[in-house]
Design a protein around this ligand. Structure first.
Ligand SMILES: [Mn+2]
Length: 363
């Protein structure tokens, strides 16, 4: 991976996963900059965590005091290139029984229509995440002061059976969220969101959806197949997994086989915000509207990396020109603060061969 790709990926992952960060998105955090100064925990879970914050990745370590939360291994203690490559250098744990938030990989790309490779997404994201540090300097967010977070590994896949894989994903997420833990999933192509939403619907009922993407992903079928990375939200509507009146799609653009998809979304009552409606303006008013729309009910965030312009994130399977900037995505993600977020995903990250054809993208 060359330096340019490395920088771009790191920046885009950061946008979703740390700048917005569990502390910002999931409530119960000390506010912003005060966390930098006071550096104490406000969690109600801090007293019942049995692991004591010891990080099993540390080959050489002194025990941490019991009652602290997990936190990334500082590079000053262990070089970034050393240790097990977990998300944000957090411990890898077998279940969510003592977690507030977990990272989980969904390495699957058999439902991709164009360039494959997102099966490598979780590993690549984890690798780049080793660069991300404990605090966010812009917001003061310090997730590890108030939330118990860990990496729970990957969903086990049946690489030759799409329907069986969807059942695996659904059942795995049902188990992960059964403790009240919130999941942050790393795809994988966008088909994985469908079974993840099935699991969330069973626990929370139909969820509000903040869908950041170049594509609306509401295709009825492709070549007669109903489970593809272009169809998760069509299936989600049909199965009442999402609340159409609390669904917003941001960043939509590019060409389409017909106008049927956009007509379908509008007919369902989705709030559709094309990419060209995002440019040259602040997105703060939009996010105020989104927060009102979502109220205090459960919300799921699904972030397809191709919402970003390929100049920022070329490593994806179906790139579209004139996309969102990283700064715009920060506005969107930070604008979600205070919502009742019950889960989220980052999908369609495909780092291998990322830049090769970027200069020949069609208009
Ligand atoms: Mn998508």
């Amino acid at each position: 991976m060359n330096l340019t790709i490395s920088f771009r990926l790191r920046f885009s992952f950061s946008a979703f996963l740390i700048v917005a960060s569990p502390s910002s998105l999931f409530q119960r955090q000390p506010s912003a900059l005060s966390a930098l100064v006071r550096h104490h925990t406000t969690s109600t879970r801090g007293t019942r965590r049995p692991s004591g914050g010891q990080n099993p990745h540390r080959a050489v370590d002194s025990p941490r005091p019991v009652g602290r939360f997990n936190e990334p291994i500082p590079a000053i203690d262990l070089p970034r290139v050393a240790g097990v490559c977990s998300m944000y250098r957090l411990p890898v744990v077998p279940d969510t029984s003592d977690l507030d938030v977990c990272f989980v990989g969904v390495p699957f790309d058999q439902a991709t229509s164009n360039r494959s490779g997102t099966r490598f997404g979780p590993r690549q994201i984890r690798n780049e995440s080793t660069q991300v540090r404990r605090f966010n300097q812009d917001t003061g967010a310090s997730p590890y002061d108030s939330l118990q977070v860990a990496d729970v590994g990957d969903v086990n896949m049946v690489m030759y059976d799409l329907a069986e894989t969807c059942r695996n994903i659904r059942d795995t997420f049902s188990n992960l969220i059964s403790t009240g833990c919130k999941t942050l999933a790393m795809g994988g192509d966008h088909s994985v969101t469908y079974p993840i939403l099935q699991a969330h619907k069973a626990r929370y009922g139909p969820v509000g959806l903040i869908h950041i993407d170049a594509h609306s992903d509401v295709q009825d079928h492709a070549a007669g197949c109903k489970l593809t990375h272009g169809s998760p939200f069509r299936r989600a509507v049909e199965e009442n997994l999402i609340d159409p009146d609390r669904t917003v799609q941001i960043g939509i653009r590019g060409s389409s086989v017909s106008m049927e998809d956009i007509e379908y979304t509008l007919k369902q009552g989705f709030r559709v915000v094309p990419a060209h409606h995002c440019h040259l303006k602040s997105l703060t008013p939009l996010m105020e509207e989104v927060r009102q729309m979502m109220a205090d009910k459960p919300v799921y965030i699904s972030f397809d990396i191709d919402a970003l312009d390929p100049a920022f994130a070329p490593g994806t399977g179906t790139p579209e020109i004139a996309g969102l900037t990283t700064a715009q995505v920060l506005e969107i993600i930070r604008g979600c603060r205070g919502l009742n977020i019950v889960g989220g995903d980052l999908v369609e990250v495909r780092t291998r061969l990322g830049q090769i054809t970027i200069t020949s993208l069609p208009v």
